[in-house]
Structures are given as structure tokens and as C-alpha cells.
Write a protein that binds this ligand. Structure first.
Ligand code: CTP
Length: 409
């Protein structure tokens, strides 16, 4: 997608560097159009390096290629972040005294603005009126958030986080354009559970939830209504999912909480995906007070662990007609054993309609942005493989789910 990112002169421009990076990382062609004031906060070399395209503030450069309208005409999406009170006023009036102004007048693409200013300026009737005018014209306004502002005060006026702006903008622009999951109700669990030992300690795992969140976002982008049950996850990645209009997020800490949240969300669901790394065991007796070495009888202590319910197995057992249940299997194959053999044994044991098997290790699988999976049916038949970004893997998983749905019809 050809994305123009307009930047106006506010300190939040530093966050827009990350926003541009997110778009470039997702494979979009990004052209940054800063105002003259914006480059006092972040300079042209930074915008050029991060967007990998030339950047200018002036309508008098590249005149032969009519740059002052060409960018707007080519754009599939325009994001203005930060949008200062001044820039919002200029947009509402249609002023075009710089490259950002001409670009905005020349475009028919969706426009998303992320305001950033002090609370008083945001609440001023002039700004409120300008924002209402822009909204009437179809401009999508993301934020501003409530929080600490430069200068020590706080209140509404903080620019939303880049992940949130990008997610909202891409969904406005219909990124991907596929709506092949429209009408489906989907539940996805993600992240690692934590089982308390005492008020300050827990047994956890290395899951970041990135793969599960990618599964949820892919489904939402393809038209599904998604409940994302998030255990302990990378909060930045979760923010992107929370901003999606078709994703609602529920939080869970322990395996028991996750089981309850998934069970209630699953009522009426067409597909349930267990991507969470659920603890197999919990501490039998959680201590109300912090365990102390003074109280230990000897040089070590023993924790008694009891098994947690297998949520996936329960979902398979209680499955209603037509519902598809998907599991993940994180495996570290042992000597002489292949990943596929191990995956097949688990597929038979779990009985899920689809099992995504991936190899994990000390430096593989967790926290990474890439993944590689083999998709197995309960019979052990391979119905797909995927290697690439966690989003690519998520899309392959949904393709396989659609394959199973059409076979079941
Ligand atoms: N799972 C679950 N409830 C549990 C444990 C796991 O629902 N108490 C789900 C996971 O969300 C995943 C699948 O089961 O979808 C496989 O998880 P994994 O940890 O690979 O398998 P385990 O059942 O724990 O088996 P093992 O420890 O023998 O590998």
C-alpha cells in the first residue's frame, strides 16, 4: 500500500519515527511529508532513512513531477501524526501553503489523524469545531490519549501509540481486502499463564503472545469478530490488537482464569484457537505470605505441583456441531525423533481439528517475529505448512480452517 505520513510540529513527532518503521516493516511504501516546523523536532535525514524514500517539506522541489499533487494522487492512505491544533485548523479550512496541505487537498484516499496537543488546546471550541468538521468529511480521528504531557501536566492530548494508529489506519484502508472470515465468531487465546507460588513469585513461561495475537488480528482483518483472551503478553503488540474495531480483549492471569475466560467466550463461537502457553501444573498450596528462607527446613525447598485441566482437550470434548477447535504444539524433538512424529502423536492425543506444530528451543520460537509451522489434522495428515512472519503463519492457519469448514459442509 502507498502510504503518506504527514508530520506536523509537535514533540510527539519522535513517536512517528516508530510509526513509519512499523509501516515499512509490514511492507508498505511510505512517503513522509513533514511540515517545516516538524523538522525542527525530527530532521529530514531521519525521515529519509526510516522511510527509505526522499523527503521534502517544499512544494518547489521535484516540480517536474508535480510532487505537490502526485503524492496525494498516489496515496492509498494518508496518516497525519502528530496532528497539531494548527494543522487540524488548516485541514478543516483547506489551506494548502505547504506540501502537506497540497497533498491533503489532492488525495481521495482515507485520511487518519492522530491529534497531539495540550489539553486546553484540545478542549478549545475552535479545535473541537475543526475536529467535528473533519469527522463530517470522513476523516478518522485516533486519540488523543489521556496521560502525561510535555511540561509536567496531564490530561487528554497525548498522541496515541504508533501501534494503535497503524492498526486503526490499516483497518480503515481495508488492508489486505480479504473478507473471507466475515460473519465468523472466533476466540483466540494468547500468551503465557503464570501460576503463583506466593504473593511475589510465580511459575511462568517464555511465551510473548505474538503468534496468538497475530492469529487474532489476521482473523479480524479478514472480517471475523474476535475475542482475544490474553494472558501475559507483549503489551505493545497487544495494544495493536486492542485498537482493532473487531477485536475485544479479555485478560487472564492463571491457567484456571484462562480456562474460565475461554469457556465463556466460546459460547456461540465458530472457531476457538488455543495459542496460549498454558501451564500444565500449578502450585498445590499458594502461600499467603512471601516464602522465606528462614522458614525452610533445609538447604532447599520442595514445591508440590498439581495438574491443571487441559483446556484444549475440554474444548474438543464439549465441541458443538460445526465448531472448529485449533491447538498449537510447541515441541523440542528428542534425539532420533522427528518434529512431525511428535506432532502427530499430540494431534491424535488432543483430537483438535487442526494442530499447528512448531519447533521451539533456547533460541527458537519465543519472542521472535518469525515462525515456522506444520499444520496437522487430528488424523495426522499435513494440511499446510507456513514459514515467515507470525502474520504469514496466522494467515496460513486461517486458510487451513477455511479448508476444514468447506470439507465439513
Ligand atoms: N493446552 C491447554 N491446556 C493445558 C495445556 C495445554 O489448552 N493445560 C493447549 C495449548 O494451548 C496448546 C496445546 O494444548 O494449544 C498444546 O500445548 P503443549 O504445551 O504443546 O502440550 P501439552 O498438552 O502441554 O503436552 P506436553 O507437555 O506433553 O507437550
Amino acid at each position: 500500500m502507498f502510504v503518506v505520513v504527514g508530520v506536523s510540529g509537535g514533540i510527539a513527532a519522535y513517536k512517528t519515527v516508530h510509526l513509519v518503521r512499523l509501516l515499512v516493516k509490514e511492507g508498505h511504501e511510505v512517503h513522509v511529508v513533514p511540515t517545516a516546523d516538524a523538522v525542527r523536532f525530527v530532521g529530514l535525514p531521519t525521515w529519509e532513512a526510516i522511510s527509505r524514500n526522499p523527503v521534502t517539506t517544499s512544494v518547489h522541489e521535484d516540480v517536474a513531477r508535480v510532487r505537490h499533487v502526485a503524492l496525494g494522487q498516489s496515496a492509498d492512505l494518508v496518516i497525519v501524526a502528530p496532528a497539531t491544533a494548527n494543522t487540524l485548523a488548516k485541514m478543516a479550512t483547506g489551506l494548502a501553503d505547504d506540501l502537506l496541505g497540497t497533498t491533503l487537498l489532492a488525495t481521495t484516499a482515507p485520511v487518519v489523524v492522530a491529534p497531539a496537543m495540550h489539553t486546553e488546546m484540545w478542549r478549545h471550541p475552535a479545535t473541537a469545531h475543526n475536529v467535528a468538521t473533519l469527522r463530517e468529511r470522513g476523516v478518522v480521528v485516533v486519540g488523543p490519549d489521556d496521560g502525561a504531557l510535555t511540561g509536567g501536566d496531564s490530561g487528554p492530548g497525548r498522541m496515541s501509540e504508533p501501534e494503535e494508529i497503524v492498526a486503526a489506519a490499516l483497518s480503515v484502508a481495508g488492508a489486505g481486502g480479504r473478507e473471507d472470515l466475515a460473519g465468523l465468531r472466533v476466540v483466540v487465546s494468547a500468551g503465557g499463564t503464570r501460576e503463583p507460588i506466593d504473593p511475589v513469585r510465580f511459575i511462568g513461561n517464555r511465551s510473548s503472545g505474538k503468534q496468538g495475537i497475530a492469529v487474532a488480528l489476521a482473523a479480524a482483518d479478514r472480517g471475523a469478530d474476535v475475542v482475544l483472551v490474553a494472558a501475559h503478553v507483549d503489551e505493545g503488540v497487544l495494544a495493536e490488537a486492542s485498537a482493532h474495531p473487531r477485536v475485544s480483549v479479555e485478560r487472564a492471569g492463571t491457567a484456571a482464569e484462562l480456562a474460565a475466560a475461554v469457556a465463556s467466550a466460546a459460547t456461540g463461537a465458530d472457531v476457538v484457537v488455543m495459542a496460549a502457553a498454558v501451564a500444565d501444573y500449578r502450585v498445590a498450596e499458594v502461600s499467603d505470605a512471601k516464602l522465606s528462607k528462614d522458614a525452610a527446613a533445609g538447604p532447599g525447598i520442595t514445591l508440590h505441583l498439581v495438574e491443571n485441566d487441559d483446556i484444549l482437550a475440554g474444548l474438543v470434548r464439549d465441541r458443538v456441531d460445526g465448531r472448529i477447535v485449533v491447538g498449537f504444539a510447541a515441541e523440542t524433538p528428542q534425539d532420533g525423533e522427528s518434529l512431525l512424529d511428535r506432532g502427530r502423536r499430540k494431534a491424535a492425543r488432543k483430537g483438535a481439528d487442526l494442530l499447528a506444530v512448531n519447533q521451539v528451543g533456547w533460541s527458537q520460537g519465543f519472542e521472535a517475529d518469525r515462525n515456522e509451522v506444520t499444520l496437522l489434522e487430528a488424523s495426522g495428515d499435513v494440511v499446510g505448512t507456513a514459514a515467515g512472519s507470525k502474520r504469514d503463519v496466522a494467515d496460513a492457519l486461517w486458510d487451513a480452517v477455511l479448508g476444514i469448514r468447506s470439507k465439513n459442509k
